[in-house]
Design a protein around this ligand. Structure first.
Ligand code: NDP
Ligand code: OXD
Length: 317
């Protein structure tokens, strides 16, 4: 492998901007030469060994001839794989940050309880100064199908179990997870859906999972079920959602991710009270904690060691 004199880490983010990230990573690795990726030009391109990025413009990674690692600013790597000019020999690491698992769990639990405890209905009653008679809630009637039992799904499962909310995780490969009910593969999904009234999508976006949240899947759930999509917008067949709500097959849906982000102002989802919308904030990447992971992977790459969170390019996650 080429040894690079005075290597540079190229940083790009559309969220907090590259400067905030450069500062956070430098705080973790004093003396590191880290720079905004789009400002690196000329001879310096050959000095870049690590690219740390969220939605790096297509073709930019290919302009670093000695790149040794593409580190995603994000648990998902679909934004990296979407670059048609990506140098395919360069390994990709996804972000595994325990901080994000906690934030994601908080978001999903909030959405599940908002639906189960009918908070929106009580908000309406409040506006009318009305004190309704209500039936008692019963958490024993809930069963959550967690599609994708990876870093985030497993954390969610344990939190739900602690709240006495029954749940089962769905994975691609058969895998026993201590203390968590799991099923795997396409064949097991129908049975899981038939006994779940909440579906949470925590899958990576791949060729296999694109469009998984469709009318066909909704039809396998008990009538009146609740959908939470925090995976990617591409998981949902958007045209199937409002008809499923109209028919009562779904009673509500909490969406954090969309095929087009920001969600266009004229999108029909905005005007539907049964659709809870958040702007891709379920688990935002947190510079101070993520930078600890990035610092370790920079160290590993420069020491010739395997980085954490290595993506299996064949599986796409
Ligand atoms: P992991 O890679 O740890 O877990 C992915 C899980 O999905 C695994 O259990 C995997 O199965 C399962 N899976 C993948 N493909 C299939 C398939 N075809 N059928 C069944 N199961 C499948 O990912 P994370 O938990 O870290 O993150 C999940 C996703 O959450 C990210 O890819 C990203 O898209 C999204 N995300 C969204 C955020 C937001 O703010 N909205 C923030 C962070 C992440 P197996 O165990 O067999 O490999
Ligand atoms: C992620 C995200 O993938 O924020 O981490 O969506």
């Amino acid at each position: 492998m080429t040894t690079i004199e005075n290597p540079i880490v190229a940083v790009h983010s559309t969220g907090d901007g590259p400067s905030a990230w450069v500062a956070a990573i430098k705080a973790e690795v004093p003396g590191l030469d880290a720079r905004p990726a789009l400002e690196i030009t000329g001879d310096d391109l050959a000095r870049v060994d690590v690219s740390i990025a969220w939605k790096l413009p297509h073709g930019k990674a290919a302009s670093f001839p000695n790149l040794k690692l593409i580190q995603s600013i994000g648990a998902g790597v679909d934004h990296v794989l979407a670059d048609p000019l990506r140098p395919t020999h360069v390994p990709i690491s996804r972000l595994i940050d325990p901080f994000m698992a906690v934030e994601m769990t908080h978001h999903i639990v909030l959405q599940i309880l908002r639906w189960h405890r009918q908070l929106d209905r009580f908000e309406c009653h409040k506006a009318e100064r009305h004190w309704p008679l209500s039936e008692a809630f019963d958490h024993r009637h809930l069963h959550v199908a967690i599609l994708g039992l990876g870093t985030l799904g497993e954390h969610l499962s344990r939190a739900l179990t602690a709240l006495e909310i029954a749940n089962t995780g769905w994975t691609r490969s058969a895998r026993a997870v201590d203390g968590v009910a799991t099923v795997s593969g396409a064949a097991a999904l129908d049975d899981l859906l038939s006994r779940s009234n909440i579906v949470v999508c925590l899958l990576p976006l791949t060729d296999q999972t694109e469009g998984v949240l469709s009318a066909e899947l909704f039809a396998k759930l008990p009538k009146g079920s609740f959908l939470v999509n925090v995976g990617r917008g591409g998981h949902l067949v958007e045209a199937d959602l409002i008809p499923a709500l109209e028919s009562g097959q779904l009673s509500a849906a909490a969406l954090d991710v969309f095929r087009t982000e920001p969600l266009p102002a004229d999108h029909p989802f905005w005007g539907d009270a049964r659709i809870y919308i958040t702007p891709h904030i379920a688990a935002e990447v947190n510079p101070p904690t993520a930078s600890i992971v990035f610092a370790e992977n920079i160290r590993r790459i420069r020491a010739g060691e395997t980085p954490t969170g290595l993506v299996d390019l064949g599986r796409g996650y």
